[in-house]
Design a protein around this ligand. Sequence first.
Ligand code: AMP
Length: 194
Amino acid sequence: MSSDIKHRIIFLGPPGSGKGTQADLLSKYFSIPHISTGAIFRETLENDKELGPKIKDILAAGNLVSDEMTVNIVEKRLQSDDCKNGFILDGFPRNIDQANSLASILEKMSLPLSYCISLQVPEEVLIERILGRASEGAGRSDDDEEIVKHRLQVYKNQTEPLCKFYNDLGNLVEINGLGEVLEVNKKILEKIQP
Ligand code: AMP
């Protein structure tokens, strides 16, 4: 898909909402990078001898890594050449301070945000989906029931207020995340300028 429009998109959605999958599909459709801070941190945990041990307990408990470390990582990533034609952020920002930092980074780079896509899925479905994923062996080490509930709580307290933040800026697109992966993808594409 070729287009002169540079899509700079944020995905918001609780754990289990399918935002990673949807961000990936959209990234392929528009040929722009999918930047998942969760994936970056899991990679850091595996391979970075210095930073890995510092974030191990935080990730295992389902808490948020410090804003300072997270914002630094994202700022460097957004300066890479492959982000020139747009990007999709998945899992960042996670709180109001990170959203304000992102706004300053994008302002410095003269890059306006295009959309904030919020995927909405009822809590019972989220818990079912994540625990299902865990029992099939496809889960992550933070997919344990208590930790899942904690991650959902962290989302509600710290990340959900970003819906209002981006709605006030006129960037919010709300999408019902129930249904087949490709159906949800279609609903998202219908809301995005080609
Ligand atoms: P995710 O794959 O997006 O669910 O992220 C997995 C874990 O990585 C989270 O539970 C946090 O510990 C950490 N993480 C991911 N993104 C962020 C962020 N923007 N700020 C702080 N911690 C994050």
